[in-house]
Design a protein around this ligand. Structure first.
Ligand code: ADP
Ligand code: MG
Length: 245
């Protein structure tokens, strides 16, 4: 069953088309690495799927519901590439993460909510930061707080836009282990934007290579067998991606 369906999607900023006529479906339980050059439209594609930028043409359905009328945003966890901290300011880590439990309306947090917050912080190994003010955090710590916020509501789909750029190698490995657990053991559908096409095959099941359009979308096995991709990437680069999956 597809949990995300994108049909003939086009987005433009001012008068410039970022992409045109993009169509694909993400199945429940997929783990997709979304890769491509800088400025190729990956972040914009995710935002259009989440109704955060206006689409110019086409349609997006989440759980079979057109995004215009989709309300169950707590079923989706999103870690944006860039965040503006001012809406949160000043706030503690636990308050920020608890916001992941609120979809739109204001609620008073209960004891159980803060237990979920602690669990999410623990998963990322940052429980000891819970009462710190977010202005005191390093880039890598803040990134982990935002990942915890996306996880805290037990989302069915997790969308992560370059979430590991500020993480050290050890923390990054731990984070990929958390994602593997969520995907394999809990069936969470994952879309992860990464620059690192060469390593994507180590954790994701499918690759979407995007450069203003879908260059490739499928399993790593299909990618490796594809002559079209040998031509596109050159045999050497294709081999590096395949070697590591
Ligand atoms: P990627 O995530 O693949 O690096 P983006 O989706 O961020 O790419 O950007 C795609 C293109 O759209 C780039 O040329 C970028 O400069 C442009 N762009 C991104 N956001 C905006 C915006 N808010 N207004 C105008 N242009 C934008
Ligand atoms: Mg981006």
């Amino acid at each position: 069953m597809p949990v995300i369906e994108v049909k003939n999607l086009a987005v433009k900023y001012e008068d410039v088309n970022i992409f045109l006529d993009v169509s694909f479906a993400i199945e429940a339980g997929d783990y997709v690495a979304l890769s491509g050059p800088n400025g190729s439209g990956k972040s914009t594609l995710l935002k259009a799927m989440l109704n955060l930028v206006k689409k110019d043409e086409g349609e997006v359905k989440l759980f079979n519901v057109p995004i215009e009328s989709f309300l169950d945003w707590n079923r989706i966890g999103y870690v944006p590439q860039k965040i503006n901290l001012s809406p949160f300011f000043p706030a503690t880590v636990k308050e920020i993460v608890a916001l992941g439990l609120v979809s739109k309306s204001f609620v008073r947090f209960k004891k159980e909510d803060y237990e979920k917050v602690d669990e999410a912080l623990e998963m990322l190994g940052i429980l000891e930061l819970r009462d710190k003010n977010i202005t005191e955090l390093s880039g890598g710590q803040l990134q982990r707080v935002l990942i915890s916020r996306a996880l805290v509501g037990d989302p069915e789909i997790l969308i992560l836009d370059e979430p590991t750029t500020a993480l050290d190698p050890e923390t990054r490995e731990r984070f990929f282990e958390v994602l593997r657990h969520l995907n394999s053991d809990k069936g969470v559908t994952i879309i992860l934007v990464t620059h690192d096409t060469g390593n994507a095959g180590r954790y994701a099941k499918k690759l979407m290579y995007f450069d203003r359009k879908i260059i490739f979308f499928g399993t790593f096995d299909d990618f490796c067998k594809s002559e079209k991709m040998s031509d596109y990437f050159g045999y050497g680069s294709q081999h590096i991606i395949c070697h590591r999956h």
